[in-house]
Design a protein around this ligand. Structure first.
Ligand code: NAD
Ligand code: WQD
Length: 343
């Protein structure tokens, strides 16, 4: 769908935000990116510019700074906001809960407050499969009850969902969609943008690509004694470009006034459970590599299995994950090689 409308992207220099900026521009939207670069580099915005050939507007803004945010709302004309800006490391949130509640909730409330003040109707919020915790029935649908959060990070997603629900109900002009992402992985096929974790990666795929690059000695597979087909945990790994396209579908739905309710939730995954070992061996085979790995103890807080029922996103958003896992894992390695200058 083509449009000349503008979308404000908070956290748009980050991993998912930069890919979403590309897909929005490809779909005909203009974007304004704001980010405080606390977990990203401005080069990601240059990557978006190179891929799209468009001169993307980028301003360094902390969304916790209401004065700076108000200036953005005054300066640019947009109907929709996608709010990615947040901290996302589960372990760090256990050690520094206040930092997480402060950044993730204050920034989110500031955005909603500005939307209300400036009559900007549509907000898309980055939620997470983490809200389901250890679900009783799999795959999880949007109706599957949320479990009490097991980390401050997870709690910020649950609280922000509730805040959004309350604000959509209370304020006539505010409409919201929460996308619950499963496990985003991969990179843009150009290898110009991708995931760039700082320090030792917590997530599986960056750890794998850094091991392949020789930065990490070996991968630890956290537990092989789960009640799953090969004993390792099952997850729903969603390609980041497919995920970005889900945002375009959700923004289209909001801007075309097609929402059935003022607040809607969608699971964004593939619907396919993949084990840690399956992911590792697929990475090895598609990239023609062998990786050193060992079986290690279970990681505290990991759920044995979670994957999405994506029917609602498929039917209502008209969106479906398309990229095969092998291409996603080739792109993840191409990106890592590009970043590390490996031929
Ligand atoms: P990311 O860290 O790459 O991107 C987040 C961006 O927000 C970064 O560029 C960071 O600098 C910026 N940011 C953080 N706090 C800010 C603030 N106060 N003001 C301005 N900018 C700020 O993370 P991502 O993987 O792209 O995640 C994007 C969103 O999706 C986050 O809300 C995250 O919680 C959510 N999410 C991510 C995953 C995942 O596994 N990557 C899964 C589910 C949900
Ligand atoms: C995947 C699987 C690990 C690293 C996290 C957040 C979640 C969401 C997505 C934001 C698990 C195993 C991992 C390693 C391993 N983020 N693993 N060795 O934990 O499913 O989800 O990211 O919302 O909230 O919790 O993703 O990539 O960390 O782990 O064996 O070195 O890989 O045990 O089974 P997770 P992950």
């Amino acid at each position: 769908m083509s449009s000349n409308k503008t979308v404000l992207i908070s956290g748009g220099a980050g991993y998912i935000g930069s890919h979403t900026a590309v897909e929005l521009i490809n779909a005909g939207y203009n974007v304004v990116i704001i980010d405080n670069l606390s977990n990203s580099e401005k080069e990601a915005v240059d990557g978006v510019r190179k891929i799209t050939g468009k001169d993307v507007v980028f301003e360094i803004v902390d969304t916790c700074d209401k004065t700076a945010l108000r200036q953005i709302f005054k300066s640019y004309d947009f109907d929709s906001v996608i709010h990615f800006a947040a901290y996302k490391a589960v372990g760090e949130s256990m050690a520094e809960p206040l930092m997480y509640y402060q950044n993730n909730l204050v920034s989110f409330m500031n955005i909603v407050e500005m939307m209300k003040e400036f009559n900007r109707p549509n907000i898309l919020f980055s939620s997470s499969a983490t809200v389901y915790g250890e679900a009783e029935n799999l795959p999880v649908t949007e109706q599957t009850p949320r479990q009490p959060a097991t980390s401050p990070y997870g709690n910020t997603k649950q609280i922000a969902e509730d805040i959004l629900h309350d604000c959509c109900r209370a304020y006539e002009g505010v409409h919201g969609i929460a996308l619950r992402y499963f496990n985003p992985i991969g990179a843009h096929p150009s290898a110009l943008i991708g995931e760039l974790p700082r320090g030792v990666p917590n997530n599986l795929v960056p750890f794998i690509t850094q091991t392949a690059a020789g930065i990490r000695k070996e991968l630890s597979v956290f537990g092989n004694d789960y009640d799953t087909p090969d004993g390792t945990c099952l997850r729903d790994y969603i390609d980041v470009v497919d995920l970005a396209k889900a945002h375009v579908a959700a923004v289209n739905r909001m801007t075309d006034c097609k929402m059935d309710a003022k607040y809607e939730i969608f699971n964004i995954g593939t619907g396919n459970p993949i084990s840690v070992l399956e992911l590792l061996t697929t990475f090895e085979s598609v990239n023609n590599l062998k990786l050193p790995y060992k079986i290690a103890a279970r990681r505290s807080g990991d759920v044995p299995a979670v994957w999405a029922d994506t029917s609602r996103a498929n039917e209502v958003l008209g969106w479906k994950a398309e990229r095969p896992l092998r291409e996603t894992l080739q792109a993840a390695w191409a990106w890592e090689k590009n970043v590390r200058n490996i031929k």
